[in-house]
Each structure stands twice: as C-alpha cells, then as structure tokens.
Design a protein around this ligand. Structure first.
Ligand code: UD1
Length: 429
C-alpha cells in the first residue's frame, strides 16, 4: 500500500504550472464516445486529440472504459488520442463502473451513440448518499426505457431519444452533463432549466460545439441543445482541457499552511473568484494577472468569514477540505457550512489527531485555530480530504505518513513531485 511521507515545516517557494481539470476531462472523454468517424474520406477520420489532460488515475479509468467499448485510446503525457470509430459495445463492466463516480456520464453518451447501455451504480468517493435519480428521470423523459434491478441498470431507447424540457430540482453537475450528452444527437430541442453552471459544463459544451453540436446558454442556468445528426471531431484540431480550479486551490492552501510564496501559472483566475477572497481574509497577499495567480503568506493566518459551500459560482464543496487545513492554525475561529454533500468532513478526524480543534456536526464544522499542528499517521478518507491532510502535514511539526494515496492520485498529477519542486520534504514510501 503506497504512502506519502512528509516532514512538515518547510516553507514553500517557487513556480508551478497547473494541471488540467479532472472534472472537465472525464465528461469530455465520455463525449468522445458520441462522436462518429469523419465523412469517410482519408482526410477526415474523426480522431480526437485532447491536450492539457491531467495525468491522474481517473483519466486512465475513463480511457479503460472507452477501450472496453471498442474505442482506441492512445497518447502519452498530457495528450490523449481517442479514435471512437469502432465503438460497438455498450456494456460497461461493473469493475470499471465502481472505480469512479464519473462513469455514470457514459450513460447519456452511449444511449446517444448506440441506443443502449448496461451499467451498474457508480463508485467514487464516499461523501454520503450520491443518488442518480435526476440522471435517470431526465433520460426517461427523453424516451429512454430504464430498468433498474438490484443495482444493474439496463437502458434502451427503442424509438431513439427526443428533446424535451427538463427542469432539475437541483443543479446537479453530473445530471446536467448526462442530459447534454444524450441531447446532443437526440431528435429536436432539449431545454435544461436550473442547469449546473460550473466551468466544466462550459468545457463540455465547447467540446460538443467543436464537434458540430448545437448548444447555447452553458454557464447560465438554462441550456438549450438542438440535436444534430452526428458529431465529428474536426481533422487537424486539438481540444484543450481547462485548468483545474480545485488543484489550484489545493496548492494555494498548501502555501497558506506552510508560509512562503507561489506563482501558479496556466490557471484561470476567473474560476477561482469564490476562493481567492477567503485566502485574502486569511491575510495572504494574492494577485491575479492573465492566467497566473501569485500568493504570498508571511504572517500567521487569520480566521475567515463563514464558508458556505454552494454550487458555482459559490464556494466549491471540492475545496472545503483543503481550505480548512490552513484555518486550523488561524488566530481565531472559522465556521464551515457544507451544503452539497452529507458526509464531507471525514478529513477532520486526521486534522484533530494533528492537534486541530474542529467540532463537526451535520452540515457545520467549527474550526478554532490552534498555535501549531503535529505530524501524524492517517489514511486519506477520500480525494479532497486526502489532499487536505497533505496540506496540513506540510505545515505541521514533525513527520506524517499518509496512506490510501490511491484516492489522492485519482485527481492530482504528481502531487509529491510538484510540492518537492517548491521545497517540500515529501516522498513516496
Ligand atoms: C460533481 C463533481 C464533484 C463535485 C460535485 C459538486 C465530477 C466528476 N465530480 O459531482 O467533484 O463535488 O459535482 O460540485 O465532476 N444529487 C441527487 N440526485 C442526482 C444527482 C445528484 O440527489 O441524481 C445530489 C447529490 O447527492 C449531491 C448534489 O446533488 O448532494 C450535487 O451532486 P452533483 O452536482 O450531481 O455532483 P456530481 O456530478 O456527482
């Protein structure tokens, strides 16, 4: 079992190029399954080139799903090449389904591509109940017949999928993506109201538009999709995945934990508008210019105003854990209210073992700053919770050993190499 060994207390300093977004690359890879080959001519094969892909295990899991469906997935480093021409299978094995939550968005793509799909309930981080009722009811509304027996989901679209009006009871990111994928090649127009507005939704819409999809309104609460006959990735084009706003916040939090300065390049500061003011409240000096963010933390951090997780453009639930780490040693108390998931304070046990004073009950966590944290041994409880423990350990006195690193590697590209390049004493054991 892999572990990260961190000797804390080293000030971070330097420059880092930010990775591409995990939550953007996964739906785009699912969308690749919807694309059919070019127009048959030798110059138009319909092969897809994705750049700025993060080198993380979830991306490779999506690649394995695509390969199991009959696509050819190659490429190295940050480039992923997908040839979806020969997709002929629409059954996703349960081992692949269970390895990540995003496997569920292949449902909309496969229904659109083959008119059928068989899968089981997805896995992913345990953040409390994660139902997919909105995904299923929306696809049913579009004409899918879905049988859900003992966790096995069998979907068919005997008459094809048809556009319709869908009003989401909550702006679910995954449900919005699944509907967009199913609607892209459905008959007629689909209107999603109360749609998710996250930047990753816009990235998916940009990819679909590049392939000939007709979508408008993404980034707002009302998305209109007019189904087209087929989607084809244009020859000679490349599609670049947006920067990862959650990884960006993690590196800013790491610096807020240790003190020091960081220039984070290749990011989109606009996507971080809800989190940057929190670092400023902590007393960090933060400046954004172009696609870079500079952060400098000199003094002990100050407490922040109450942090309430919200859908975009509010404060992201995915950054709640990592932002809590520096606030554990603030000169006062910060209150967190987690509004999106029921069980997203699982990192607090480890932080308390490090000496933090955190009272978490239900949606609320009260973090009273202590003078310092101490190294500990802990399991990463989930992806972002694991990253939060890494940040806290970087700023703590003494050595920490963090196990279950497979959670962290699902979403962070070379987190130990990146932090080492900034002066952290972090190794893999
Ligand atoms: C995505 C992100 C995840 C992030 C979350 C919220 C990816 C791969 N993952 O997850 O990192 O934390 O958005 O920003 O992009 N819900 C239902 N029924 C449904 C669907 C969702 O009740 O059918 C509830 C969920 O239980 C949760 C809330 O809606 O309480 C938000 O979930 P959703 O936006 O769907 O999150 P994901 O797409 O799973």
């Amino acid at each position: 079992m892999g572990k990260l060994i961190i000797n804390g207390g080293k000030r971070l300093q330097g420059e880092l190029s930010l990775q591409g977004s995990k939550n953007a690359v996964l739906p785009v890879m699912a969308a690749a399954a919807l694309c059919t080959g070019g127009n048959g001519s030798a110059s138009s094969t319909g092969k897809i080139t994705l750049t700025n892909c993060p080198v993380i295990s979830d991306r490779f899991c999506a690649g394995r799903i695509l390969s199991s469906l009959g696509a050819r997935v190659t490429g190295s480093g940050n480039t992923c090449l997908i040839d979806p021409t020969y997709i002929d299978n629409s059954v996703i094995e349960s081992s692949l389904m269970r390895s990540m939550r995003s496997s569920v968005i292949f449902m909309g793509a496969l229904l659109g591509r083959t008119g059928h799909c068989t899968l089981c309930y997805p896995g992913g981080c345990d953040l409390g109940p994660r139902p997919i009722d909105m995904h299923l009811s929306s696809l049913r509304k579009m004409g899918a017949v879905i049988e859900d027996e003992h966790g096995k989901i069998e979907c068919t679209a005997p008459k094809g999928l048809s556009g319709c009006r869908i009003s989401l009871s909550f702006p679910s990111v995954g449900a919005t993506e699944n509907i967009m994928l199913a609607a892209a090649t459905a008959q007629g127009e689909t209107i999603i109201s109360n749609a998710a507005r996250e930047p990753e939704i816009c990235c998916l819409a940009d990819f679909l538009r590049l392939c000939g999809g007709r979508i408008s309104g993404d980034g707002g609460g009302r998305i209109v999709i007019s189904g087209v006959e087929k989607l084809t990735f244009p020859e000679e084009e490349e599609f670049s995945i947006i920067p990862d706003r959650i990884a960006a916040t993690t590196y800013l939090s790491a610096v807020a934990c240790t003190g020091g300065e960081l220039l984070l390049t290749d990011c989109n500061p606009v996507h971080l508008e809800a989190v940057i003011p929190v670092f400023e409240q902590m007393g960090c000096y933060v400046r954004c210019f172009g696609s870079s963010i500079y952060i400098h933390r000199r003094e002990r951090v100050k407490p922040a105003e109450t942090i309430r997780t919200m859908v975009y453009p509010g404060f992201p639930t995915d950054t709640q854990a990592v932002v809590m780490s520096p606030l554990c040693t603030a000169s006062g108390t910060t209150v967190f209210v987690e509004n999106i998931f029921e069980n997203r304070y699982r990192h607090t046990d480890a932080l308390c073992r490090m000496g933090a004073d955190i009272r978490a009950e239900g949606k609320v966590a009260v973090v009273t700053g202590v003078k310092e944290l101490y190294g500990t041994t802990a399991d990463a409880p989930d992806l972002r919770g694991g990253a939060a423990i890494v940040c806290a350990a970087l700023g703590a006195n003494g050595t920490s050993e963090i196990y279950r690193t497979e959670y962290i590697d699902r979403g962070y590209e070379d987190i130990d190499g990146n932090l080492r390049s900034l002066g952290a004493d972090i190794t893999r054991g």
